[in-house]
Design a protein around this ligand. Structure first.
Ligand SMILES: CC(C)(COP(=O)(O)OP(=O)(O)OC[C@H]1O[C@@H](n2cnc3c(N)ncnc32)[C@H](O)[C@@H]1OP(=O)(O)O)[C@@H](O)C(=O)NCCC(=O)NCCS
Length: 143
């Protein structure tokens, strides 16, 4: 069980997870393909269990700042602790001195639970930030 950098042949698996976990997925196939092809600064990290892709993380790294842009666990593997383990392993893999930031919907209780458990703290709220009117919570990892 571990994380590895995404490669082009992961596209269909990632796209399948993304479209099934979100009602309105933000990342379309073209965007994911561009990330996997190294055409953007974003990176995809694949989380596997017994060689099955069960989740992924998309991040953006600039200097010593890391922004977590998306995390997802395949529906049938959710609520079994995999999301927590994936993010925990990911954080362990980051350089010690980096600042880790993220943004999450205020009503995404599962994601918020994982981030709080792993020591992220709320920085501020952006009111009605998302298209559906939901607020965004901006968080930072406290080391
Ligand atoms: C968010 C996501 C990655 C979590 O993955 P997961 O494997 O189901 O998460 P885990 O099983 O590790 O942990 C979920 C935690 O939320 C808790 N939880 C579940 N439903 C909850 C609810 N309605 N309210 C509060 N906590 C809840 C669980 O009890 C668990 O905490 P615990 O381990 O302390 O008991 C997954 O649900 C997902 O892919 N969601 C869709 C994409 C998404 O929303 N990504 C986040 C974008 S920032």
């Amino acid at each position: 069980m571990g994380l590895r950098k995404g490669i082009n042949s992961d596209l269909e698996y990632i796209f399948d997870i993304e479209t099934k976990v979100y009602d309105k997925p933000y990342w379309n196939k073209k965007m994911l393909n561009e990330v996997l092809s190294g055409k953007t600064e974003n990176r995809i990290w694949i989380y596997e269990l017994n060689k099955i892709i069960i989740g992924f993380i998309i991040d953006l790294r600039y200097a010593n700042e890391v922004n977590i842009l998306n995390i997802a666990i395949r529906k049938s593997f959710q609520n079994k602790g995999h999301g927590t383990k994936m993010v925990y392993n990911y954080l362990k893999s980051l350089p010690k001195k980096c600042i880790v930031l993220l943004e999450v919907k205020k009503n995404n209780y599962k994601a918020l639970k994982i981030y709080s458990k792993l020591n992220f703290q709320k920085l501020y709220i952006r009111k009605a930030y998302y298209n559906d009117g939901a607020d965004a919570v901006n968080m930072r990892l406290i080391k």
